[in-house]
Design a protein around this ligand. Structure first.
Ligand SMILES: Nc1ncnc2c1ncn2[C@@H]1O[C@H](COP(=O)(O)OP(=O)(O)O)[C@@H](O)[C@H]1O
Ligand code: SF4
Ligand SMILES: [Mg+2]
Length: 328
């Protein structure tokens, strides 16, 4: 079944202009779609450009950033929309942001109820105390935030409840697209699973979700499709079942990420990611790649599901070593 995308990103690039005329290409030629009722997980190591990509979609980049390409949300191009449109019609209303650290997102001296009611008033125009109160309680219930905790302050909440409060805020405007940037950072595994399952519920309700994470277990639990980012480029875009199951990832970096998991071979990808301001010519993964050849001095085009001159063959890539294999 072909899904009609809600968000359609094409050749999105973001560069930062630095003092002295230097520039850093943080996101390069990213293309992907997200459809209603679908979760796309954007995964990759810290510093590869995931949050900058999210900021570009929300129009929240700093002044020294320059963008190119397109990011269509319906008929609106998020990259060229003016700040007034983004503030009034997009953030909160068409894109709900589930933030990375809910505690930092919430004002310490205000109760959760006051946060949610203020957002209800701003986004929905609901007037009158009783109506605002009811709308805030409905948003809380949608996020499974217990009504008995609404009059608490952020510091009185556990990490999981603070995350639900932030999710309630993201759901107030009933935005069709949810953008979650590392929503499970700092949570223990149990809470990661619960947070992810709650977000999945909103996808199953028909929301589109772009979930940014470096937690592959969380991505496997929630995603329909996976986009792997390395040094600012999307190097693989695959169905989650194929990626995490069989035939497995095709890009050597994606395969390395999976093999690094404790439940797989627990072998980290050797070396470190390159500095984005100092990328090698050609494939940026080449210094860390055991499949690299002279051909990799040229930038690999994105073909089918992968950007690689020598992708892992589909029939062997699922043969990811287990710790038992490694010992044998
Ligand atoms: N305002 C800025 N000026 C220059 N570089 C920046 C700026 N903001 C972010 N960066 C750089 O962009 C890179 C990607 O950052 P980010 O998107 O936060 O990574 P991720 O979310 O994948 O961990 C980082 O190396 C960071 O130093
Ligand atoms: S293009 Fe070459 S260096 Fe880059 S991931 Fe593929 S095989 Fe490795
Ligand atoms: Mg980030």
């Amino acid at each position: 079944m072909t899904l009609v995308p809600l968000l359609s990103v094409r050749d999105l690039s973001v560069r930062f202009l630095l003092p002295g005329g230097r520039r850093v290409d943080v996101v390069s030629d990213a293309s992907f779609d997200v459809a209603p009722g679908e979760c796309l997980a954007l995964i990759g190591e810290s510093g590869c450009g995931k949050s900058v990509l999210a900021s570009a979609l929300l129009g929240l980049l700093p002044a020294n950033a320059r963008t190119a390409g397109h990011a269509h949300l319906g008929d609106l191009d998020l990259l060229t929309a003016d700040e007034r449109t983004l503030a009034r019609a997009v953030r909160g209303r068409r894109i709900g942001l589930v933030p990375q650290s809910p505690a930092a997102h919430l004002t310490p001296v205000r109760t959760i109820r006051s946060h949610i009611e203020e957002t209800v008033a701003r986004l929905t125009g609901v007037r009158g105390r009783a109506a605002r109160r009811k709308a805030a309680e409905q948003a809380s219930l949608r996020a499974e935030f217990p009504l008995g905790h609404l009059d608490r302050h952020p510091h009185e909440l556990s990490g999981g409840l603070a995350q639900r409060a932030a999710t309630a805020l993201a759901l107030v405007g009933d935005a069709p697209l949810l953008l979650a940037d590392e929503p499970t950072t700092g949570l223990d595994r149990d809470l990661v699973d619960r947070t992810v399952d709650e977000l999945r519920r909103h996808v199953d309700d028909g929301h589109a979700l772009l979930m940014i994470t470096h937690d592959l277990a969380a991505a496997e639990r929630i995603a329909d499709r996976v986009a792997v980012m390395y040094a600012g480029r999307i190097v693989e875009l695959a169905d989650a079942d194929a990626f995490f199951g069989s035939p497995g990832p095709r890009h050597p970096y994606s395969r390395g990420l999976l093999e690094a998991l404790p439940e797989r071979s627990f072998t980290p990808v050797p070396g470190l990611p390159p500095e984005l301001g100092n990328l090698p010519a050609g494939c940026a993964f080449a210094p860390r790649c055991d499949r690299a050849t002279d051909a990799c001095a040229a930038l690999p085009p994105f073909e089918n599901t992968v950007a690689c001159h020598h992708p892992v063959p589909a029939d062997t890539s699922h043969a990811i070593r287990t710790p038992e294999d490694t010992r044998a």
